[in-house]
Each structure stands twice: as C-alpha cells, then as structure tokens.
Design a protein around this ligand. Structure first.
Ligand SMILES: NC(=O)c1ccc[n+]([C@@H]2O[C@H](COP(=O)([O-])OP(=O)(O)OC[C@H]3O[C@@H](n4cnc5c(N)ncnc54)[C@H](O)[C@@H]3O)[C@@H](O)[C@H]2O)c1
Length: 404
C-alpha cells in the first residue's frame, strides 16, 4: 500500500479537529486560503478558542499552509469548507467549488477525495466530480475515488467529541479502497458507519439538523403561547416531560452555520425533485422570529425597572450558542446591536469571542465590567456565567432569557 499523505482543506471548526486527529498518525498538510488563519495556527493559536497550544503542537512533518504547491504530493484529501446561503436562501457552493478546483490541479491516479461540508444530495457525485474530471493530468473517473463524510462536531461540547461520536463515511468502491479509507478515518472517529450511497449520506446530514431546528422551533412557539396566555412555560414543560416519550428540547436563539442553513439545503433538494416541502422550513420562520420577540421581551422588562435609562446595562452571551466563539448567524449578536442603537448606557460583554470580533462589534471582554453593571441581560448562558450570576443576583437586576 502506498504511503497515505492526507491533506485537510479548510481549517475551521470542522477541518482543524480533523487535522489534529490525523497528525497523530500521519504527516498531514493543513491547507487554508485564509493566511491569517495559517499564521495564527503556526504560532499555536486557534482564534475559534476550541483548541489549546498543546493540541496544535506538531511532532512530525505535518504543516499548516496556504500554498497550493504544498498539497501536490498528498493523496487523501478531506474538504471542510463553508457552505452558506446566498440570496433568497439558495445554497452557496462557491467555497466547495474552489476547493475542488484546487484539488483538480494536483489530482493523481489512485487519489482519494472526501467532502465533509454539509451539502444537498448530488453535490459530491455530480458537481464535485465534474470539477475533478477537468484536471490537467487527464485522470479519468475510474482512476480516483470520491466520497462523502458528514461532520457532527459540536463546538463547545466537551462530552461529544470527534473521537467518541460516530461518523458516517460513504464511498462507492472496492474493499481495498474502503480498508484504506478506514485506516484514515479510524483516527478521526472510533465508530465509522459505512454507507454505500453518497446521496443517502448527504441527505442524512441535512435531516439531522433540520429535525433539531424543527423541534426547537416548536418549543419556541409553545413558550410564546404561554406568555400570551399568561401560563408558566416551565411548569407546562415539567408536566409534559413526565411522559416517557416526550422529547427534551428547550426554546432558544437558533444560530450558527448549520441549523439556520441546512433546512434550506434540504428544501432546495426537494424542489429539484419537484417536491414542495411543507414542514422542512416551518421551523425557520419561528426560530428567526425569536430575534424580534426576545427584543420585545427585553424592552418590556427594562421599562419595568425604574430609571433604567440612567443605569449601567450590560448584555452578555452574544455568540450563537453557549461556550463557542462563533458569531455566525447569532441572533444574540443581532439583538445586542439593536439594543445598542437604542440605549447609550448599554454595553456588550462576552469574553468567549475573539479579539477581532470584539473590536468589530464593540464588545468588551473584561470580566470586571460585570461588577460595575446595574442590570445584566443574559442572552446565551455560557458556563462561566452560572457561578457569577448567583453571586451577582443579590445586588443587580438580572434578566435571563433562556435558562437551560
Ligand atoms: N461548525 C460546525 O459546528 C459544523 C458542524 C458540522 C458540519 N459543519 C459543516 O462543515 C463545513 C465547514 O464548516 P466550518 O464551521 O468548519 O467553517 P469555518 O468557516 O469554520 O471554516 C472553513 C475554513 O475553510 C476555509 N476555506 C474556504 N474556502 C477555501 C478553499 N477554497 N480552500 C481552502 N480553504 C478554504 C476558510 O478560510 C475557513 O478557515 C460546512 O459545510 C458546515 O455546514 C459545521
């Protein structure tokens, strides 16, 4: 068997943990077009705050690079680039297309290529394959192996890490290649689930996140209803949860790169098949509407505090979910920015986010500010807040939106 030389393309929330798992066994090339990302990784700094210096230390010939010539010798490519939405919530595959163009320039006979980005069915086997076939080395369809492996990494979650969660790996080829694929992916996850049909694996990823989006939206809707009906949501939930098959979802601000995006990829795929889905996107409207609803609730609560305009107000928990630095599609951030335009006596505080984002959105990271505030609004409850809030609640007004 030829020596396996893996290359991870895209070193973000998904690609970096894959790189870290693989570098323990292989000489891995970690490639990213963002030179700032490469520069900080080289000095052992992960601006996403997911990994510490020790995790990033390299003891073999693995490298971080933004130069495509460094990936020329690689023969096992893993692509983990963003898949956002463009206008009118259409899938935006531009990063996937450019990553596959990069691979097409270096592809050789017997290379194995995996896409890990979340995509609609058909992306890997049709769109990506087409790009690879336009290669200058005249490598034909039968001479390389293309697969899809969905990513279930849950940033901020220390319990479900890459090693102990199962990983779907799909490639339609012979046993010899599957053995080679397992040799690589066994270092990423201990529980590999093989799927023969790439499209089924692609679809499975979309439904995982759509199901979660829908379940949270139902809880959001019930919470709003309870408020309107003047009923205690927590008590209603306590009672419902005593049924054995009641699912434990909680209301909240849904954001990030997955839940607000993936149902649109699923609906897009359905439209391609001339099927107009009715449920898939229903949760999206409710979950997006939480921005306005929460803003209204906060304004009402503030107005009930005497002289609140003269008090020091601090808004915290601004990322898309607890204990991650990611601000993408964060409703908490949007709510904070709206509040900031309304009140001069209000500051944003979130020590979890990185320095650049803090500067960009005028968010403070100094813990002492919590002591100085009169009113603290918590949008997303990071773990560190649990202890502090208990201490602070004696002499400050705390507005806690979601207590999970
Ligand atoms: N973040 C999550 O929790 C999560 C979980 C499961 C699946 N996913 C999916 O994984 C994919 C990646 O998401 P992410 O959160 O890691 O994104 P990210 O933005 O954190 O990282 C992507 C990286 O890819 C780089 N990049 C973009 N185009 C490139 C190119 N052509 N060549 C090389 N590098 C390129 C970017 O510079 C960036 O560093 C998405 O499809 C997402 O839906 C994300």
């Amino acid at each position: 068997m030829k020596k396996i030389l893996p290359c991870v393309i895209g070193l973000g929330y998904v690609g970096l943990p894959v790189f870290i798992s693989l570098k323990k066994k292989f000489n891995v090339v970690g490639y990213d077009v963002n030179y700032n990302r490469i520069k900080s990784l080289r000095i052992l700094k992960d601006n996403n705050n997911e990994f510490k210096k020790n995790d990033l230390k390299i003891k073999n010939n693995s490298i971080f690079t933004n130069k495509s010539k460094d990936i020329e010798k690689c023969n096992f490519f893993i692509v983990a680039v963003p898949t956002p939405l463009k206008n009118k919530n259409q899938p935006d595959l531009k990063y996937v297309l450019s990553a596959f163009k990069t691979i097409s320039k270096v592809i050789k006979k017997d290379d194995i290529i995996f896409l890990e980005s979340t995509v609609f069915p058909g992306t890997t086997d049709t769109i990506c394959k087409k790009i690879l076939l336009k290669n200058k080395n005249k490598i034909t369809e039968k001479e390389f192996y293309l697969g899809y492996s969905s990513e279930r990494i849950n940033p901020g979650d220390k319990k479900h890490n890459l090693k102990n969660i199962s990983k779907v790996v799909s490639i339609n080829t012979n046993q010899k290649i599957i053995r080679k694929v397992k040799k690589v992916y066994n270092n990423v996850s201990k529980k590999i689930v093989i799927s023969k049909k790439i499209k089924e694996a692609e679809l499975s990823k979309l439904i995982e996140n759509t199901q979660r989006d829908l379940n949270i939206s139902l809880m959001n809707e019930i919470m709003i209803l309870c408020q309107k009906a003047n009923l205690n949501y927590n008590e209603v939930l306590r009672l419902a949860k005593t049924k054995w098959n009641f699912l434990n979802f909680t209301p909240g601000l849904v954001g990030g790169h997955c839940l607000p995006v993936d149902p649109h990829y699923l609906a897009f795929f359905a439209r391609q098949k001339k099927f107009n889905t009715k449920v898939t996107l229903a949760g999206r409207k409710v979950n997006d509407s939480m921005e306005k609803i929460v803003l209204k609730i906060i304004l009402k609560k503030l107005q009930s505090i005497t002289n609140f305009k003269k008090k020091k107000i601090l808004v915290t928990g601004l990322t898309y979910k607890s204990d991650v630095a990611d601000l993408r599609n964060s409703l908490a951030l949007k709510i904070y920015l709206k509040l900031k335009t309304k009140f001069k006596n209000l500051i944003g505080f979130d020590p979890i986010i990185n320095k650049n984002d803090a500067l960009k959105y005028r968010i403070e990271r100094d813990h002492r500010l919590m002591n100085k505030a009169d009113i603290i609004i918590v949008l997303v409850k990071h773990k560190f807040l649990n202890k502090i809030l208990n201490k602070l609640k004696q002499n400050k007004k705390i507005i806690l939106l979601f207590d999970d």
